[in-house]
Design a protein around this ligand. Structure first.
Ligand code: DGJ
Length: 376
């Protein structure tokens, strides 16, 4: 009997030791001091962060990360809860701020529970003093056919955000072309020159399709909505109204016919950059980057920014946001999602530093890294 008691004690002790050893570094130490792309990223409760397809806004010394709240299982890609918000002062340690935008329980509502609500991005409007959240919405039960942009606002960064509307942008509007653009380069809806031109013209009366997206605020306060349009064949960059809650009708088409998804947009030294992906559902593919001297283009396509092993599939991820690090010059973080559609809640975050060579950029894989990676 005594022998069994001793054996039991030994078993209990060794189990507790091994469960401590399995605890992620961060929760064990209480504080995280590095990025570990692809690992579990626990929040202040020790729960893996649930903010997929997300974006980050920096306000008064704090970063706020907004993303899709996924649930367990393969139905977890449907919006059952809403948009989750986390806050951090150092980008390593994240505090759960709860659900910033709740899906609706009202049948028929555009963001009814069970709809698809992807890639939320929040920006702050200095004139209205409101936080504005844009996202991609697909109406419940309609697959990916609605292809709408949704918008919600809040007086407080963490929410609750009030849903305003969802729609397809810029009905009846033709793209903006800089002066001197030859007619041969303009879209002709009398005789569309390509498949994607045909989709554009088909959608002209009702508005352009808007799926994967981001929002960018320029130095002059003007904001832009960037989205995969025309059945995901072409990106559009569209100006938002002064209050950031609607479209002005001014927009351009970028890289027509080349199926760019997952757009991100940022600015460095007066140059605009976009990093996006190809279009292969939840499977990863090679990233692609573009640059331009004006938001209105012309945008130059530069190919894949990722280097080394795994670069052909963005190391297993897909872009979602590029974050300028506050207080550091030339410090930009490439944020990507490693999707796990069979158990959506387990999706991982791949954040990597962007390195610049002159005006060119490059991304390399790192198992772990910290902000000292940025030299200045
Ligand atoms: C890839 C997109 O980038 C995601 O946001 C999501 O829409 C999936 N496709 C759906 O297959």
């Amino acid at each position: 009997m005594k022998y069994y008691k001793i054996l039991l004690s030994v078993l209990i002790i060794s189990c507790s030791v091994s469960s401590i050893a399995a605890t992620p570094d961060s929760t064990k130490a209480g504080k995280v001091n590095k990025f570990t792309p692809g690992a579990i990223w626990p929040d202040n409760h020790g729960t893996h962060i649930n903010a997929h397809g997300g974006g980050i806004i920096y306000q008064s010394g704090t970063y706020y990360w907004f993303g899709e709240h996924k649930i367990a299982g393969d139905a977890g890609n449907k919006a059952e809860v809403g948009v989750h918000c986390y806050s951090s002062k150092d980008l390593y340690n994240w505090k759960d701020q709860g659900i910033a935008l709740n899906v609706s329980n009202t049948p028929g509502n555009d963001i009814e529970k069970g709809c698809i609500l992807e890639r939320p991005k929040v920006v702050y409007n200095k004139k209205t003093k409101k936080y504005v959240m844009w996202f991609h919405v697909e109406l419940k039960g309609k697959g990916y056919s609605a292809a709408r942009a949704g918008v919600a606002t809040s007086d407080k960064v963490t929410g609750p955000y009030q849903f305003l509307k969802s729609y397809r942008p810029n009905p009846g509007e033709m793209p903006f072309y800089p002066a001197g653009t030859p007619d041969s380069e303009k879209i002709n809806c009398v005789k569309p020159a390509s498949k994607t031109d045909g989709f554009f013209c088909r959608d002209l009366p009702g508005g352009q399709m808007a799926r994967d997206m981001t929002v960018f605020v320029d130095d002059d306060g003007k904001a832009y909505h960037v989205f995969s349009s025309e059945e995901n064949f072409t990106l559009q960059i569209a100006q938002l109204s002064d209050d950031y809650t609607s479209h002005t009708g001014k927009f351009i088409r970028v890289h027509a016919g080349h199926q760019t998804e997952a757009p991100t947009l940022f600015k460095r030294n007066g140059i605009y950059y976009m990093i996006g992906s190809g279009c292969t559902g939840w499977d990863p593919n090679a990233a692609r980057w573009f640059s331009a001297k004006s938001i209105w283009g012309p945008w130059t396509f530069h190919g894949n920014p990722c280097k080394g092993e795994g670069s052909d599939i963005t190391y297993g991820g897909q872009s979602t946001h590029v974050l300028p690090v506050a207080g550091k010059k030339n410090a930009f973080i490439f944020m990507a999602d490693k999707w796990t559609p069979k158990n959506a809640i387990d999706g991982r975050y791949l954040w990597l530093p962007i390195h610049f060579k002159g005006d060119d950029l490059e991304i390399n894989w790192l198992n772990s890294w910290d902000l000292n990676e940025f030299k200045n």
